[in-house]
Design a protein around this ligand. Structure first.
Ligand SMILES: [Fe+2]
Length: 210
């Protein structure tokens, strides 16, 4: 029977982006201090990627990986664990760390999307090899995952948490610098600092990308 409709023909980028944002906001609603985090991380990633001269397709993939990097927390991570002020116990820590795998399982096999799996899987790796889940080190960590890692950490630093107030932007920059070649890719830290100097205002609206 011939199809009487072609909904794909009338979808546009804003429409698709709004759907992604609604889903990510539903995830963020589980955590008290996280509202807007994924949007800000994605914007920071786009600023870094633009500065690096990435193509539009690469920026799109970086953006998508950044928006979805923590989507695995939707699966089996309780609100109690997500919002716990005290250090996580071992079993909570294991479940929390599983979010990298779980998100990977959501995108693997999806045509045109599975290539962002490394961004999601490895955004908690560290430059010095002490991250998770695979203890990858320096440039063996996929580039997009290294960018998300820096952006994710920077936004976490400048945002309040239940157990500490937000750092100032200057304090966060000092922290990023002190973690070069430990937690972070040193070149990406330098690029983010350049971006921040060029844009001294808050990064909170990336609508101009759409
Ligand atoms: Fe994460």
């Amino acid at each position: 029977m011939p199809r009487q409709y072609d909904i794909a023909a009338i979808w546009n980028p804003q429409f698709v982006n709004n759907i992604i944002q609604v889903l990510v906001e539903a995830l963020e609603a589980k955590e008290t201090f996280i509202q807007g985090h994924n949007r800000r991380v994605s914007e920071i990633c786009l600023a870094i990627g633009s500065k690096m001269g990435m193509s539009q397709i690469e920026l799109r993939d970086l953006y998508t990986g950044a928006m979805l990097h923590d989507i695995g927390k939707a699966l089996g991570t309780t609100e109690e664990t997500l919002n716990k002020a005290d250090p996580l116990n071992q079993s909570e820590e294991i479940i929390m760390r599983e979010h990298t795998f779980k998100a990977g399982l959501l995108v693997v096999g999806l045509e045109n999307l599975s290539h962002i799996l490394p961004t999601i899987m490895y955004h908690h790796e560290r430059w010095d090899g002490n991250g998770y889940p695979a203890r990858l080190r320096d440039e063996s960590i996929p580039l997009h995952a290294r960018i998300v890692c820096v952006a994710d950490s920077f936004d976490a630093m400048i945002s309040p948490r239940s157990y500490r107030p937000a750092m100032s932007r200057e304090e966060a920059i000092k922290e990023l610098i002190s973690e070069k070649e430990k937690h972070f890719d040193p070149d990406i830290v330098d690029i983010l600092i350049e971006c921040l100097k060029e844009n001294p205002h808050e990064l909170n609206d990336f609508s101009y990308y759409f």
